[in-house]
Design a protein around this ligand. Structure first.
Ligand code: PRP
Ligand code: MN
Ligand code: MG
Length: 181
């Protein structure tokens, strides 16, 4: 259980591909929000790595806040029930908000968050997700900034966990089925 590499079936997105993509997305975000004060909202815990790397690519003024929600618990399937574990510190009234996520899987988490945020009176709300699984969508999410569309397999690394493990991997990889079988 000390050898993490043995738990992985295949690397899907490398560290280098991730950083190239985040740099590209950061250039678009800078242009789109030119002259605006932007509030980045990271969705804990999965979005920690994306937030750390994306925010450091941005050259405009941003604030950073966090919301902790969980729908997966220790399972590989979304429960569809989203729980707030930590709310924002920042009022959203009149703010330009960019939600930063690691992955859109079923879309249930973001669909719930978008509705929740809209009710708080934000001036605008957009989504940036490093990964998206088009074949897993249960609800369509209007996501302005997408890093990679990936196949419908359970992936870990770069913030994404299985039972709280693997978040610290540098790459995004497919978890070997023997790990959760
Ligand atoms: C994961 C992931 C996204 C969400 C995506 O979070 O980080 O937030 O699920 O799935 P969905 O589109 O099917 O809703 P999780 O609930 O596992 O919490 P975590 O970020 O703390 O791992
Ligand atoms: Mn998450
Ligand atoms: Mg998780």
């Amino acid at each position: 259980s000390t050898d993490v590499q043995g738990d992985l079936a295949q690397v899907l997105v490398t560290e280098e591909q991730i950083h190239d993509k985040l740099r590209e997305l950061a250039r678009r975000i800078e242009a789109d929000y030119e002259g605006e004060d932007l509030l980045l909202v990271g969705v804990l815990k999965g979005a920690v790595m994306v937030m750390a790397d994306l925010s450091r690519e941005l050259r405009n003024h941003v604030e950073i806040d966090w919301m902790a929600v969980s729908s997966y618990g220790n399972s590989t399937k979304s429960s569809g029930v989203v729980q707030i574990r930590k709310d924002l510190d920042t009022p959203l009234e009149g703010r330009h908000v960019l939600i930063v996520e690691d992955i859109i899987d079923s879309g249930l988490t973001l669909s719930w968050l978008l509705e929740n945020f809209a009710a708080r009176g934000a001036a605008s709300i957009e989504v940036c997700a490093l990964l998206r699984k088009p074949d897993a969508a249960k609800v369509e999410i209007d996501c302005r900034y997408v890093g990679f569309d990936i196949p419908n397999e359970f992936v870990v690394g770069y913030g994404l966990d299985y039972a709280e493990r693997y978040r610290n991997l540098r790459d995004v990889a497919v978890l070997a089925p023997h790990v959760y079988a």
